[in-house]
Write a protein that binds this ligand. Structure first.
Ligand code: IVH
Length: 672
């Protein structure tokens, strides 16, 4: 007899859930990909024919179609703390000593050691066994909701089946852990991005962070995010230890990293740390240390927290990963402002999962201080996230024929004579038309945080400059006239060119302050660009401003003002700006959106935590209505806004009889 569709849908959901668990949590698949796809396809078809039976936790609903327009703030029920770090055995002794001294006489602590996964912390809230909200850590009190993106991680159960078999009743609970990317998957993703002319990520951690904040869950689903959970919390779980906590997580079907250990004393903890420091490179994911937690929850309670981290746990951070290799050559890289940076060209070597062939040497002083020479054997190091650096030279292997590094006299890219200001360590190429500078300026213009032109990465910029399509960044907006020619370039193709041209068109909407930052005036970072745009409100006024007028802006000093004047005095720069104007870029601003004047001359003090916005946002809202924010309460304060766990400022305001606003009253006051 043929099953009715609803029954079959339920059955398929259950089956697929089971297979997801076996594959993604246990890494023990029971069927092959083909068989799995058959189940999925059957479910998709049945749901298509009978949409009334689709449930939100069906495996087909992991990839939603809705774009996330904004990541909503989520207030954490319990703050997400961070850990204090230790770097040596001595510091761990001190930690253990502190713990033992703080516990009641005769009580000895046990510790649970876990690997410190190098990813992003995440909190998942379940209600009635169903995933309700996933949030990032944020500032520890308020995070951002990323539920749709987290749902695409197949190891995250959307529904917990085993709740009913537990002794305890769990209506609502929260689990916490780390979202990360495996090294191999990360490398594959980066290769793909490079091929497509997209910016590559510096490390798996950045790559996970970038992915979790994508607006389109469909793209997130294609990225290889993974998760480990390490913490379970509910009002009535009745657990006694962190060890039981991890066991319960596993029992409920969460993915827990298996390499944890219950240690009965510090010597076992030290052995665990040493062991994993040696074996870390064999793991398929990156860890940056070990987390050591007091096992007993009762003892954890006694120990409590200090500020933002618990007293009952600590991170033991591994030393930066080091290795030896040969420095073949020192080359000089020319940046967008003409600064020359020495780069060590190394004999390629594998370090912590990636092959390293270059390292920064910062500047000539650094080379002299460490006495680094071409042909030397050097120790290189890769810290948590940064570009590799040369730590030291193995002098025993130095060749007799080696010679000190000479400061270059000519620009390695354009050949023009270099300039070294007396009082600076930097060396500059002063030729504005130097191809390296041209490429650098265009890259800065197109980058995220500037005009944010998706798809216009370094590789494509180099190509377009070399082929003569781009002479400066204003040429970007002329590319559409060359569409046919560009499509003809090998490897590019119609689709990628059209995507690029669309992204270029979209970038014309960026506000004035972004354009001002993007044009790359030396010393004008994004903060200064904001202030200048807000003050002058148009590029015209800025171009005609005097040094004094620019310096009248709060926190803008002479180096910025002189640089702005120099930039606009240059006829070439003025021509480029003119071209940008003709292309339709926004070169004026209405200033900070002043919505009203109703709070003019009113001063506010913010205290405690607001659940719907950060302090910065609250401040901006107050300013939008003409009000100001000060840091301490006095008799001149007009309002004190009291958020969650407001402290002494609230007491003072009460004493002084100042009007106190709840968050709700405050929202009412600043409503647009
Ligand atoms: S426990 C109060 N356990 O490391 C407990 N954290 O600053 C704090 N992390 O933000 C977290 N692996 O993102 C804990 N096994 C682990 C961890 C872990 C990675 C991260 C976490 C946290 C940071 C510590």
């Amino acid at each position: 007899m043929k099953k009715n569709p609803q029954q079959r849908i339920e059955e398929l959901c259950e089956l697929i859930r089971e297979h997801d668990y076996n594959y993604h949590v246990l890494a023990q698949p029971l069927i092959n990909d083909f068989e799995y796809d058959q189940l999925i396809n059957e479910l998709i078809q049945l749901e298509k024919d009978n949409p009334q039976f689709i449930t939100p936790d069906s495996p087909t609903q992991r990839v939603g179609s809705d774009l996330t327009k904004e990541f909503k703030p989520v207030k954490h029920k319990i703050p997400m703390l961070s850990l204090s770090n230790t770097y040596s055995e001595e510091e761990l002794y001190d930690f253990d000593k502190r713990i033992r001294e703080s516990l009641p006489k005769g009580e000895k602590p046990e510790y649970v050691c876990e690997l410190k996964i190098d990813g992003l912390s995440i909190s998942l809230r379940y209600i009635n066994g169903k995933l309700n909200v996933a949030a990032t850590r944020g500032d520890g009190t308020i995070g951002e909701e990323v539920t749709n993106n987290v749902k695409t991680i197949r190891a995250v159960p959307l529904i917990i089946k085993k709740l009913s078999s537990l002794k305890m009743k769990l209506i609502e609970f929260e689990v916490r852990g780390e979202v990360y990317m495996e090294v191999e998957a990360f490398n594959r993703l980066n290769d793909e991005r490079e091929m497509n002319g997209e910016k590559t990520f510096a490390n798996p951690r950045n790559s996970s962070a970038g992915t979790l904040k994508l607006q389109d869950p469909k793209i997130v689903a294609k990225r290889p995010l993974q998760i480990f959970l390490y913490y379970f919390f509910s009002e009535n779980e009745g657990l006694k230890t962190q060890y039981e906590n991890l066991m319960l997580l596993q029992e409920l079907g969460f993915r827990v990293n298996n390499n944890f250990k219950l240690c009965k004393d510090l010597s076992e903890v030290l052995a665990f740390c040493k062991n994993w420091e040696n074996r870390r490179s064999k793991l398929p994911y990156e860890i940056d240390g070990v987390v050591i937690k007091v096992n007993s929850l009762q003892q954890q309670k006694i120990l409590g927290n200090i500020a933002k981290s618990p007293r009952w746990a600590v991170a033991f951070k591994f030393k930066a990963k080091q290795t030896n290799t040969k420095l073949n050559k020192i080359t000089w890289q020319v940046g967008r402002t003409g600064t020359l940076t020495p780069v060590a060209e190394l004999e390629p070597i594998l370090l912590a999962g990636s092959t390293i062939s270059r390292a920064t040497l910062h500047n000539i002083d650094e080379i002299k201080r460490k006495d680094i020479r071409e042909g030397d054997w050097v120790v290189i190091e890769k810290g948590g996230d940064v570009i590799p650096k040369v730590v030291s030279v193995d002098l025993s292997k130095r060749l007799k024929s080696s010679a000190e590094v000479k400061i270059p006299l000519k620009c390695p890219v354009c050949g023009s004579t270099l300039f070294k200001p007396e009082e600076e360590v930097a060396i500059y190429c002063e030729n504005n038309l130097c191809p390296a500078q041209v490429k650098g300026r265009i890259a800065h213009f197109a980058a995220r945080g500037s005009m944010d032109i998706e798809g216009l990465g370094e590789a494509l910029i180099n190509l377009f400059v070399d082929l003569g399509y781009l002479k400066d960044y204003s040429d970007i907006y002329m590319l559409k006239e060359k569409r046919e020619e560009l499509i003809g370039i090998e490897r590019l193709g119609e689709k990628s060119i059209d995507n690029l041209l669309n992204a270029i068109e979209t970038s014309k909407q960026r506000p004035f302050e972004k354009v001002l930052f993007a044009i790359g005036i030396r010393y004008v970072g994004s903060g200064a660009a904001n202030k200048i745009a807000d003050h002058f409100l148009s590029i015209e006024k800025l171009m005609n401003a005097t040094k004094d007028e620019i310096e009248a802006i709060h926190e803008i000093g002479p180096s910025i003002s002189e640089s702005v004047i120099r930039f606009f005095r240059n006829a070439q720069n003025r021509k480029i700006v003119d071209k940008l104007r003709k292309s339709g870029l926004i070169l004026t601003s209405k200033g900070k959106i002043k919505r009203s004047n109703r709070l003019v001359e009113k001063s506010f003090v913010l205290t405690g935590t607001l659940s719907t916005m950060s302090r910065e946002e609250a401040k901006e809202k107050i300013q939008n209505h003409g009000g100001s924010v000060v840091s301490s309460v006095s008799k001149n304060t007009n309002y004190v806004v009291a958020g969650e766990s407001a402290g002494s400022k609230l007491d003072k305001a009460q004493k002084l009889g100042i009007e106190i606003l709840s968050e709700k009253q405050f929202l009412e006051l600043i409503k647009e």
